[in-house]
Design a binder for this molecule. Structure first.
Ligand code: NAP
Length: 309
């Protein structure tokens, strides 16, 4: 079958680490163009920005938006209006109103919008969801602690307004939690620690609750220089489930559970994107983003020492 021609906007860390390798190994897509203000990619047509790429390669079927969230709304809008299917990196945009508008635009344009939560494609997430489906949630703990200097070197956008700060990785945890929890979760309270020279938090403690009163306490921290931790632990009427290493490993009642040997996250994401395009469907889920905006809205703020990269 003929491969879909795709162009990529934003040649930064995630494009190089994941998107370009996944697309180069894809049977469904052919990477034919890239748009970046500073970078070029070998073997494809390179453009300075998205508008130039859309004009220069009118034969594109799809666009993958890999820029920071502050640039997502304009890019997705432009690509949809040009009649392209869109793969959108997380976090989807910077306001909920923008999110709704993008979903409506995709509908009007009759194009696929795949608004991705890549962490949901980690290997142990689907088995965790299946095990939790019929359980009663009693409580839980989420620890998402990493070294921002190691994972986001020089990314000043993360500290700017709309940059999410520690919620940039934290929203990955929330995307898994909303996928696997057998009941809806809500933000009860939050404490955000914001460096005095930044607009976005470097650490956050959040308490999520279910309607039945189960509390899930989350600790997000960008200052972890030792062992990096991406763990979700949920207590249920049938025992404790633990997802470790960002959703790659699963333990139930202390016993390691073998998980299916799936492909890595990004090849699976592009496989899903191709399926959605073929089916004429969209895949969007606002819940992780809503919970982050709720945490910002109800959260107390404490200024902490300035952050220097
Ligand atoms: P990055 O390395 O800072 O790269 C961002 C890219 O977008 C660069 O090509 C950059 O500049 C371009 N860009 C930056 N600001 C822009 C703007 N205002 N308008 C247009 N283009 C802009 O960031 P990243 O780590 O790749 O992250 C990008 C997105 O992927 C974020 O939403 C992030 O949450 C998500 N993500 C990142 C990771 C990760 O491990 N880093 C993992 C999963 C998802 P040029 O135009 O100069 O090239």
């Amino acid at each position: 079958m003929k491969r879909l021609r795709i162009g990529l906007q934003g040649v930064g860390k995630i494009a190089r680490d994941q998107h370009i390798p996944a697309l180069r190994g894809s049977d469904a897509f052919e990477l034919v163009a890239c748009a970046s203000r500073n970078a070029t990619v070998e073997g494809v047509a390179n453009f300075h920005d998205l508008a130039a790429m859309l004009e220069g390669r009118p034969d594109l079927d799809a666009v993958s938006v890999c820029t920071p969230p502050q640039a997502h709304y304009e890019a997705v809008k432009m690509a949809l209006k040009a009649g392209k299917h869109v793969f959108l990196e997380k976090p989807p945009c910077t306001t909920l109103r923008e999110f709704e508008e993008l979903v409506a635009l995709a509908r009007v344009a009759n194009r696929t919008l795949f608004q991705t939560w890549h962490s949901r494609y980690a290997k142990a997430v689907a088995p965790a969801r299946a095990w939790l489906k019929d359980r009663t949630l009693r409580g839980g703990r989420v620890l998402w602690k990493e070294n921002v200097r190691q994972w986001h070197p020089g990314q000043s956008w993360i500290w700017a307004a709309g940059g999410f700060g520690v919620f940039d990785p934290g929203i990955n945890a929330i995307s898994i939690l909303t996928e696997i929890a057998p009941a809806p979760v809500f933000v009860r309270s939050a404490m955000l620690q914001v460096p005095s020279n930044c607009q976005s938090p470097i650490a956050a403690d959040i308490t999520f609750v279910t309607d039945a009163g189960a509390a899930i306490v989350a600790e997000f921290d960008f200052r972890e220089e030792g062992h990096q931790i991406w763990t979700i632990e949920l207590s249920t009427d049938a025992g404790v489930l633990e997802l470790k290493n960002g959703g790659a490993d699963l333990t139930i009642n202390g016993k390691e559970i073998a998980v299916p040997d799936e492909a890595e996250e990004y090849p699976r994401l592009y496989g899903r994107f191709a399926d959605l395009i073929r089916a004429g469907a969209c895949d969007v889920d606002a819940r992780p983003f809503q919970l982050v905006t709720d945490a910002f809205f109800v959260g107390a703020r404490r200024l902490v020492e300035p952050f220097e990269d």
